[in-house]
Design a protein around this ligand. Structure first.
Ligand code: DC
Length: 220
């Protein structure tokens, strides 16, 4: 099977790029962040405190999180319910960032992610795909962009959706999430030794897709 790993911080453009690369290649796109978000949603619905590590460890065993593809779109099922529309709220983002540091949460989702990649050609994006989930991936990309650029992209996205947004607040949240993702003891966000670094700060989406397509063609 062909496995392509795309890691990087929040807002670097991983999902946009990974989706396009997967479509171009005819591979399955696996958004592992959505799995952590589904777990976070389950924990929130269960009334679990975001700082109660023991409760998170105990509760995370129960839900069944599965992935399906409907019309080429990844659908995350939490105990059979399509929860896609609930995964992008600030509350879920915050809980996902905290609960994803829990080793029991990670062990459970790791299994699911590795099973998916064993069965089909995938472009998988996340934080630890090249380092932990798919250490033997044929292609590893570390996608990044400056904090200012990432905050600006997120700000524009929210304004376009007609939502209220504060650029300073978004920047602070991005910095806080980066720090948590990079400094946790288990599977922190880190560039794999054999990953190719792509800084998208001054690149358009088309330029990034073209650069990654070139890297894939060189390696496979
Ligand atoms: O990529 P995202 O923003 O949807 O990810 C949500 C959270 O899950 C984020 O705080 C980091 C975490 N995550 C992780 O720890 N490992 C992954 N492979 C993917 C996401």
């Amino acid at each position: 099977m062909i496995n392509i790993a795309i890691d990087g911080p929040a807002g670097a453009g991983k999902s946009t790029i990974a989706k396009k690369v997967a479509a171009a290649k005819g591979y399955i796109y696996v958004d592992t962040g959505a799995m952590y978000r589904a777990m976070a949603l389950y924990l929130l619905r269960s009334g679990i405190d975001r700082d109660d590590t023991d409760a998170i460890s105990a509760a995370c065993q129960a839900p069944e999180i599965t992935i399906e593809y409907r019309d080429g779109i990844q659908v995350v099922l939490l105990d059979g319910e399509n929860v896609n529309e609930y995964l992008r709220t600030p509350r879920v983002s915050d809980m996902a960032s905290r609960s994803s540091a829990n080793p029991d949460v990670r062990a459970k989702l790791l299994q699911l992610q590795q099973d998916l990649a064993r069965r089909q050609n995938v472009v998988m994006d996340g934080r630890d795909i090249g380092t932990v989930v798919l250490p033997d991936a044929q292609v590893k990309i570390f996608l990044t962009a400056s904090v200012d650029v990432r905050a600006d992209r997120r700000y524009k996205e929210l304004i376009e959706k007609g939502e209220k947004a504060d650029l300073g607040e978004i920047k602070a949240q991005i910095k806080e999430r980066d720090a948590r993702d990079m400094n946790r003891p288990i599977a922190p966000l880190k560039q794999a030794d054999d990953a190719v670094l792509v800084d998208t700060s001054d690149m358009t989406i088309e330029e990034v897709v073209a650069a990654i397509t070139r890297i894939i063609e060189e390696k496979i």
